[in-house]
Each structure stands twice: as structure tokens, then as C-alpha cells.
Design a protein around this ligand. Sequence first.
Ligand code: HEC
Length: 178
Amino acid sequence: MQFSRMEKLGFGVLMTAWVVWGSNKIGNVLVHADEPETMGYQVAVADSGAAEQAAAPVEEKSVMELLASADPKRGEKVFKRCSACHSTEAGAKHKIGPNLWNVVGRGKAKAEGYNFSNALAGMDGTWGFAELDKFIENPKGYAPGNKMTFRGIAKNADRAALIVYMATLADTPVPLPE
Ligand code: HEC
């Protein structure tokens, strides 16, 4: 088949227009591909109560809210996950980790005679309830590079019980926050 120069030119223009339009379309598709998650969620909320319940995560009470009603006896059980590495009696020897007598309210990395990592030794402040909560939830995230090889405790109620128990390991227990 033979095309005249004008035909070739017209064809070229058409092709270019088509490619530009096409890539625009594809671009839209790619961009829009990210959206359904939020959209689906919003629609579910607007549509029906049941869908809303399924979509919204169940809100756990925060550890700080749970402290007041937390049971130290339960915390003592949770502490079994820590006791391989931590002693709890006054004056007891450090294990892999430091002795935790009097730890609540104590300066971070201040257990006497224990060789802390630079990561923990370089931290300011004291182990208050809120700090312990964050550290125990995610030790690596709270103090990157520290040498406590423990994944953390995800459940708020478990951390609350644990921290209330730890507060009892003291000459003069620090009062729970209001
Ligand atoms: C596998 C051993 C191991 C386990 C299990 C473990 N720890 Fe530790 N922990 C350590 C080590 C090691 C350090 C010192 C970290 C450093 O110096 O970087 C530490 C440090 C700490 C500190 C800081 C003490 C201070 O004086 O600054 C606290 C608080 C603590 N651990 C609490 C806990 C609790 C609570 C649990 C259980 C939920 C637990 N740890 C489980 C090994 C462990």
C-alpha cells in the first residue's frame, strides 16, 4: 500500500495524539489504583452499621488508662517472659539484663554494676510508667541498637499489668499516675 506524504503526516499526528491520550488514561488508572482502600472504608461507614463495625479496628484502652485497674498478680505472670534475663529481688545479681528492683522511677540505664549498651546508656530521663510502656511494647523501636533481645508485648492489658507489678518491686513504690 502506498501513502502520500500528507497521509503519512496525518497518520503520524493521529498516532501521537493516541499515544498521549493513552498514556494519560494509563496514568489515571495507575493513580486511581491506590484509592479503593480509603474509598471502600468510607462507603462502608456511610452505608451500614455492620460494615462500620467490620471496618473500624476495635479500640484498645491505652496502658495509661488501664494502670488504675491493672492487677499486679497478673503482671507477675506476664513477667515470666522477662525473668530469664531479669532478677527482681533487692540486691540480686544481674542476669543477661539488669536487676529490676527499684526500676520504676529510676534513671534509664542506671542499674549499678551493669554494663549497658551505648544505645540505652545514651538515653535521658527516667523509667516512668509511660516510658516503660513504650519500651516494653517495642524495645527495638524505643531504643534502637539496645541489646535487649525481646520482641515486645503487644497487648495493652498485659503491659499495664506488668508495669503495675514492676512498680511493686521497690523500697518505696512510685504511686500510679492519676
Ligand atoms: C533475652 C533477655 C531479655 C529479656 C527476655 C528481657 N530483657 Fe529487659 N533487658 C535485657 C538486656 C540485655 C537489657 C540491657 C539493654 C541494653 O543495655 O541495651 C535489658 C534492659 C531492660 C530495662 C532497662 C533497665 C534499666 O535499668 O535501664 C528494662 C526496664 C527491661 N529490660 C525490662 C524488661 C521486661 C519488663 C521484660 C519482659 C517483658 C524484659 N526486659 C525482657 C534483656 C532482656
